[in-house]
Structures are given as C-alpha cells and as structure tokens.
Design a protein around this ligand. Structure first.
Ligand SMILES: *[C@@H]1O[C@H](CO)[C@@H](O)[C@H](O)[C@H]1NC(C)=O
Ligand SMILES: *[C@@H]1O[C@H](CO)[C@@H](O)[C@H](O)[C@H]1NC(C)=O
Ligand SMILES: *[C@@H]1O[C@H](CO)[C@@H](O)[C@H](O)[C@H]1NC(C)=O
Ligand SMILES: *[C@@H]1O[C@H](CO)[C@@H](O)[C@H](O)[C@H]1NC(C)=O
Ligand SMILES: *[C@@H]1O[C@H](CO)[C@@H](O)[C@H](O)[C@H]1NC(C)=O
Ligand SMILES: *[C@@H]1O[C@H](CO)[C@@H](O)[C@H](O)[C@H]1NC(C)=O
Length: 562
C-alpha cells in the first residue's frame, strides 16, 4: 500500500502531537509532583537514542564527561529526598511513555562505597519498558571519606535507608505520572547493590516482589577489612621483609593454582569451577621445585605468607568470620600494595571508610591494620552497614523471589560468603532446602570476576552492565527476565545460561574458546570449550555431560560431590 503525502503529513502531525502531549505530561509531573520531603531538581522529556550529558557529576562517578544513553522516550526527573535534617538522597526516574511502559518498576542500587547512580541498569530497564529508578545512596562519589566524616545520617542512608527511600518515592512517582500503580516491583544490584537488596528484603519486605542480587557484599565491613588483613599476611607494609611476596610473583602463583587445580573438575578450560573444594599447597612453588624460575619462586618465608593468604579471616577471639580468598582469583585487592616503592594499598575503600566512618580521623592509614580494627568497626557498625540479615521469613511469606549470582573468581567478595549466607537464610527462616529454593536461588558462575568479566561464561544479563544481548533477551539467558518469569508466571529458573563473548563485548561474537587471556603457561593446554554454559542453583553445580560442550545442553546440574 502506498501512503499518500497528505496521509503522511497527518501521521506526522499525530506523532508530533503525541510527543508534545507526553512532553507536556512530563512537564506537569515535574512542576506538580507532590511527595513529602521530596523536591524536583530537574525534569525533561528525552527521546530514545539521545546521549545525555550528566552535568555536575563528581569525577569518581564517571570521569570528566559522563553521559547516559536514553534508551526509550522517557520523562526524566531528578529528585532530592530529605531523609533527616542533615541528609538527603538523590533519585532519578526514567519514565517511558505510557504505551511503552511495561507496568513494572525497576529500582537500582550502588557499588563500593558509592555514591553513583547505576545508569547501566537504568538504561537496560527503560529499554525493556520499566519505570526505572536510580539513587546515589545519600552522597556523591565512589572514593573519598569526607562525605561520611561526622555525618551519621549520611551513613544511615548508605547503610540501610536509601534503597527503601527509592522504593517508596519511586512508587509514588509512578502513581502520579501514570495514574496507576506498577503491577510488580523489581530491584537489580551488584556488590554493595547486592547487600542493599538483601538488607532491604529483611527490613522492608514489602518494597519489592523480585530481587536480582549479584556478588552481594553482605558482611560488608569484614569484606573491606579482609583486604588489609590479607595484605599483612603477605608481609606488607614491610616491603623489605623476607616474608613479603612481591606483586610480580602473584600472577605466577595464581596461574599455577589454575594449572594444578583446574583439571580436577573434569574440564581443562582455565577455570577452577569450585575453588572452595580445593586446597593449594604453595610449597610446590618453592625455589628448587623448578615450577617457578629463580625470579618468581618462593622462599621458605614466602611459602608461609602465601599459605596464610588463603586461610579464612578470624576475629580477635579466634572465630572464623570471613571465608578464604578464592583460589584462581586475581589478588590485586591485597597484593597491589606499593606505589613507587612505598607501601600503599591500591584498594582505597578500607582507608576511606575507616577514616570517614569508623575512626573519624582524616589522617588514618591502614599500615598497621589488624583484626582489632575490624572488630572495632563491627562493634560500632556505622549506619548499620554490616547487615547479615538472614531472616527473610517475611519476604518469603509474602511471595517474594530472589535470584542471586556470584562469580567463583571474585576478587572483591569471596564467593564462599554467598554459601554461608544461603545456609544461614535457610536455617534462620526455618525452611528446608527445597522450601528455600522455592523463593531464593543462588547461581555460582565459574570463572566470573566481581559482578562480571573473567574467563567464564559470565554474561547472564548482569546488573550494572549495559547493554543486554538483544538476541538472548529471554528468561533462559537473562537473569532479570528469569526473575520476572518466576515472580509472575511461577516458572522456576532451573538454570541460567551464561555466555562468553570475544573480548567480553556483550552481544558481540560468542567464543567457543572461553578466553584468550590465560597466562601463557597454560593457554596451550586449553581445550576448545563451550560459549554457552548452564549455571545451576546452589548447592548443585554444572558438570560436563555427554553432549556438545560448546552448547548449554552439553552440561547438566549435578550434586557437587559427583
Ligand atoms: C529505541 O531505539 C532503538 C534504536 O532505534 C530501537 O531499537 C528500540 O526499539 C527503541 N526502544 C524503545 C523502547 O522505543
Ligand atoms: C549530589 O549532587 C547533586 C547534583 O548532581 C546535588 O543536587 C546534591 O545536592 C548532591 N548531594 C550531596 C549529598 O552532596
Ligand atoms: C570527629 O572529630 C571532630 C574533630 O576532631 C570532632 O569535632 C567530632 O565531634 C568528631 N565526631 C564524632 C562523630 O566523633
Ligand atoms: C622467570 O619467568 C618470568 C615469567 O615467565 C619471566 O618473565 C622472567 O624473565 C623469568 N626470569 C628468569 C630469570 O628466567
Ligand atoms: C604502625 O605502628 C608502628 C609501631 O607501633 C609505628 O611506629 C607506626 O607509626 C605506625 N604506623 C601507622 C601508619 O600508624
Ligand atoms: C524458627 O524456629 C525457632 C525454633 O522453633 C523459633 O524460635 C524461631 O522464631 C523461628 N524463626 C522464624 C523466622 O520463624
């Protein structure tokens, strides 16, 4: 059919009126929004494809010229919510046009000690039609300590309050814009975002119907403290001490762990599938064994240091409080510990948080960090940041669902922490394993780093990563869609299929060899392996089956013992 020029004009006129109409609607929301303690900073109608400069964003939230990609025609509203007389949470809403809105709300969290709105997840959310929200957790910035110094209410926002504020203000924004409530409310976050989600499920079980929680930083203070404790175990800050293991030795140590332990899971692919099931004996890397050359091999004192680096963390009274570092993971969080020959951790969160929130001392440095400093922080628990909130019975009772995932190569949050958490939720919620799995599923992802990346088949529609693979936008491959399917259609996610892309360009070419980035010593021994891999709900694990290992069907879920 040929459309006449006059019909075209009519249609264009109609589109223009529609656009004007939604822009007007956005303007009236911006000027008339009425929510207690909430003030509109700015609002604008933005069209799909626009690259939006994020003016005024602090440097640690995205460099000199950050921008976001607008992924649908949206009404964008930036809000400031007073949470006390001395604190405020900045929120941002992306509201797709009514005819594109999928009737759902998606909230997002932050990472590290941030301070930074999660635009990647909001971009994914708006593209799917969610009314999408972001927040700054009560302060701007992902490094620094000044925002916490002498500011207990700002700490409360970061510790436990900001996500609840986002959920309740977000709910009201949706009602005032669309004139209807969202049918379901979801949350997606990773790392600190994972912590925020679990804590929220315990404290405010009515806020969300479904939670997607990656690499969760539960037990947050101990996670951060462990970096200082492990640095000490390897001789830091005495760079001249015979026990000090030098930064250049670590890649060789980790490569040897992979070489020795990876084949034990049945497939030699550069990935230690279950690091917690193995022990690594650093004596094999001692000088004289011949595995490492004279530059890299370990002296007897260094053997002891490396052994201690992989032991769990205990508190001052000897109770183990944090699991051992993941074998096969990059050690930089504790081994990148000198700059120009001076002892200094590259990992800054420890110094920032203890300066600003724990000791109220702008000059404090972690060179003498000990378990006493960890225990002191735990006792004070600034902002109640250290949630180990494992009674999720109320969230469970009202039918909420949780999909959690955790890379087995996590350099930041030791993956075994999620196992501990899972068991504690089960026991503190008084449920059997089956009952727990009916509302909370934990998927370990072998070879995934913190929140994403790594040699494993890690891409599963991860929180904080944009874009989603448009071809694999289905509940089998995308964890957010799997969560929706579970909440709304009662379809339980039996597996999540992960994909490994060439150079980790999501949506780019799938690779049949899991990674090109293995240490040279082992790359020659890697067999060609799957790009899609079915990840299984804990405690089951993914084992190679008889099928084609390049396909998810070449894998099956089995108990970890088999
Ligand atoms: C936004 O634009 C892209 C590129 O043209 C298109 O593929 C997508 O469907 C649009 N999204 C929405 C929600 O309109
Ligand atoms: C964070 O930055 C925004 C501007 O992007 C500003 O309106 C807000 O007051 C800042 N919040 C704090 C706590 O400094
Ligand atoms: C932090 O230290 C400053 C100056 O040393 C002091 O005035 C303030 O009261 C302290 N704040 C807290 C919360 O202890
Ligand atoms: C030791 O091995 C490393 C890594 O393979 C290499 O870079 C270095 O040159 C070697 N040193 C000696 C003395 O052979
Ligand atoms: C660490 O402790 C030593 C010995 O008590 C002391 O000399 C040094 O000043 C301390 N360093 C820091 C950074 O606190
Ligand atoms: C679990 O059971 C114990 C012992 O029966 C009880 O004390 C506790 O309150 C229960 N917890 C929950 C969350 O139901």
């Amino acid at each position: 059919m040929k459309i006449s020029a006059s019909t075209k004009l009519l249609l264009l006129g109609a589109f223009a009126r529609l656009a004007r109409c939604t822009a007007d609607k956005c303007a009236s929301l911006g000027s008339q929004l009425s929510i207690p303690d909430t003030q509109v900073i700015t609002y604008s109608y933005e069209t799909n494809g626009t690259v939006l400069p994020l003016l005024g964003t602090v440097a640690s939230c995205g460099g000199p010229d950050p921008s976001a990609v607008i992924t649908a025609d949206i009404c964008r509203v930036v809000l400031l919510v007073a949470t006390s007389s001395s604190s405020e949470v900045q929120l941002e809403a992306w509201l797709p046009d009514s005819d594109v809105w999928n009737s759902r709300l998606l909230a997002t969290g932050t990472g590290g000690i941030g301070g930074c709105i999660d635009y990647p997840t909001m971009q994914n959310g708006a593209a799917l039609g969610f009314a999408s929200f972001g927040m700054n957790a009560g302060h701007n910035g992902s490094t620094g300590f000044e925002f916490f110094l002498n500011r207990p209410e700002v700490l409360n926002d970061f510790g436990y309050r900001s996500l609840h504020v986002e959920a309740s203000v977000g709910t009201q924004v949706v009602e005032q814009y669309y004139g209807a409530s969202s049918t379901k409310k979801y949350y997606a976050g990773c790392s600190t975002g994972g912590r925020q989600g679990f804590q929220n499920a315990h404290l405010y079980p009515d806020d969300f119907d479904g939670l997607l929680l990656g690499s969760p930083g539960v037990n947050w203070l101990r996670i951060v403290a462990s970096k200082g404790i492990l640095a000490h175990r390897i001789g830091w800050p005495n760079l001249d001490s015979p026990a000090y293991v030098r930064p250049e030795q670590w890649p060789a140590i980790v490569a040897e762990q992979i070489r020795q332990l990876d084949p034990l899971d049945g497939v030699t692919d550069g990935i230690i599938d279950e690091p917690t099931r193995h022990r690594f004996d650093p004596q094999t890397l001692a000088c004289g064994t011949g595995l490492l050359n004279a530059t890299l091999c370990l002296t007897p004192q260094q053997v002891i240091s490396v052994r201690k680096a992989y032991e769990p963390v205990a508190d001052s009274s000897g109770h183990v409080v944090y699991p051992a570092f993941d074998l096969g993971a990059n050690t930089n969080v504790f081994s990148a510990n000198q700059q120009n020959g001076i002892a200094k951790l590259s990992y800054t969160t420890l110094q920032d948080f203890w300066r600003g929130a724990v000791y109220n001392d702008s000059a404090w440095t972690p060179e003498n960090f000990s378990t006493a400093d960890m225990d002191f922080a735990l006792a004070a628990n600034p902002g109640q940041v250290n949630a180990w909130d494992t009674d999720l019975s109320e969230f469970h009772r009202r039918g909420g669902k949780i999909i959690s995932y955790h890379g087995r190569n996590d350099e930041t949050v030791t993956s075994a922490l999620s196992e501990w958490f899972y068991s504690d939720v089960q026991s503190n919620t008084n449920l059997t394993l089956e009952e727990t799995q009916a509302f909370y599923r934990l998927f370990f992802i072998p070879g995934m780093h913190h929140c994403g990346g790594g040699p494993g088949a890690w891409s599963i529609g991860n929180a904080q990563r944009y874009p989603y693979d448009q071809v694999l936008l289905d509940p089998s491959h995308n964890a957010l869609l799997a969560l929706i399917d579970w909440v709304e259609n009662s379809r339980t996610p039996e597996t999540l299929i992960g994909t490994k892309y060439l150079d980790d360009v999501v949506g780019g070419q799938d690779v049949s060899q899991r990674s090109k980035s293995y240490p040279p010593s082992i790359s020659s021994s890697i067999s060609l392996i799957n790009s899609h891999l079915a990840h299984c709900p804990y405690p089951s694990v993914s084992k190679q089956d008889h099928g084609d290992p390049k396909l998810a069907t070449g894998w099956k879920c089995a108990s970890s013992e088999n």
